[in-house]
Design a protein around this ligand. Structure first.
Ligand SMILES: [Zn+2]
Length: 366
């Protein structure tokens, strides 16, 4: 009889755990898919292809896949061969209160360059990144009042971009995370040449109030890659890779919320009936404060005065962590200080050595 009681209790806790998981995962996730160019702006014409047509096909296919996913709301900046201004695209995303903005493009170059790259807004650290953003920004010359509309921004001046950068800073970490999922998906699933996650001054990413990325799916100017991008098969494969990455980003986001982001203020009602496992003793908790493709020195001036910062590299991404706590609760206490310092997205991760492990309910209760 006693055994039965324990078993019932266990089943009850497990099912409430799943209910909570379900509730978190069920939150509507809005993604804006932005097909670059359109209408009077053909985009690049590498090998006589039309960037505007190819990216529209990829955008619609990506959206169609995501629309079938539960809890995903897809919004498009254009669904036909229509001209939309860069600010117009951002305002579609802001009105939708989107969780993610993904702008889709194809690159062009006078060499045989090929491969896929994903960008977030930032200072371009080299001429090549500047060239790509310059090309995508040049579209504003088609707008009559571009000087007022873009605050005197000059796409041809590398210095002009600096004014853009700070505006997306709050979303930079998450933008890089999303970009990383897309880039990894291209490389892992499609074996595309990895042009990595980079930062550059793309105007279309400037005015969005959410994590935002720009995907350069490949080079139309490369004869092999151009033909692939223009083919039905290529467009289908790329769409699948992007959609898969967006779903992975979505679950990482809600996984994070679930495992104790600062916003999660609901008290922990769930206790585990099987908390006899003592292996959790080896677990340490660190607080992720930043993620970047840039390797930064672990000096206080790079981290708003924080001293206890560590760095772990995964793929092309450096993640920066504050502290090392023996219990989840003590890590949680430290978060409020970090938020006051301006690390609004700070969240807890669990490690065994340098290996990240998922946070369990047992860990949270200690
Ligand atoms: Zn483009």
């Amino acid at each position: 009889m006693r055994f039965i009681k324990i078993a019932l209790f266990f089943i009850a806790t497990v099912s409430s755990f799943h209910l909570k998981m379900y509730a978190q995962n069920d939150k509507l996730f809005t993604v804006v898919i932005d097909a670059g160019h359109g209408g009077k702006d053909p985009g690049n014409r590498g090998n006589k292809y039309y960037e505007k047509k190819i990216v529209l096909n990829i955008a619609l296919k990506t959206g169609a896949i995501l629309e079938k996913e539960k809890g995903v709301n897809v919004v498009y900046t254009r669904k036909s061969d229509k001209y939309v201004t860069l600010n117009g695209r951002a305002s579609v995303a802001n009105k939708a209160k989107a969780d993610l903005f993904v702008s889709i493009h194809c690159d062009a170059h006078n060499s045989n360059a090929y491969g896929a790259g994903t960008f977030v807004l930032g200072l371009h650290r080299n001429q090549d990144n500047f060239r790509i953003s310059q090309k995508e920004n040049a579209v504003i010359f088609l707008e009559d009042n571009y000087e007022q509309e873009y605050d005197g921004f000059d796409p041809n001046n590398p210095e002009s971009v600096i004014s853009l950068v700070l505006m997306q800073e709050d979303y930079l970490n998450q933008s890089i995370e999303a970009a990383n999922y897309i880039q990894q998906s291209f490389v892992k699933n499609l074996k595309r040449k990895n042009r990595t996650v980079k930062q550059a001054g793309f105007l279309v990413l400037r005015n969005t109030y959410m994590p935002s990325v720009l995907v350069e799916t490949g080079f139309l100017t490369n004869s092999k890659e151009g033909a692939y991008l223009n083919s039905k098969r290529g467009q289908t494969e790329i769409s699948r890779a992007i959609a898969k990455a967006i779903m992975e980003y979505k679950s990482s986001l809600y996984g994070t919320l679930f495992t104790g982001l600062v916003m999660d203020t609901a008290p922990d009602k769930i206790t585990s009936a099987t908390s006899t496992n003592s292996s959790a003793a080896a677990t340490a908790f660190r607080i992720q404060i930043a993620a970047s493709t840039k390797k930064m020195a672990l000096k206080p001036y790079n981290f708003k005065g924080l001293t206890d910062v560590s760095r772990i590299k995964t793929g092309s991404l450096y993640r920066y962590y504050y502290g090392s706590f023996s219990s989840y609760k003590s890590a949680r206490k430290a978060i409020s200080t970090l938020v006051k310092k301006g690390y609004k997205g700070a969240y807890i991760k669990a490690f065994e050595g340098n290996n990240e492990v998922s946070i369990t309910h047992e860990m949270k209760s200690k």
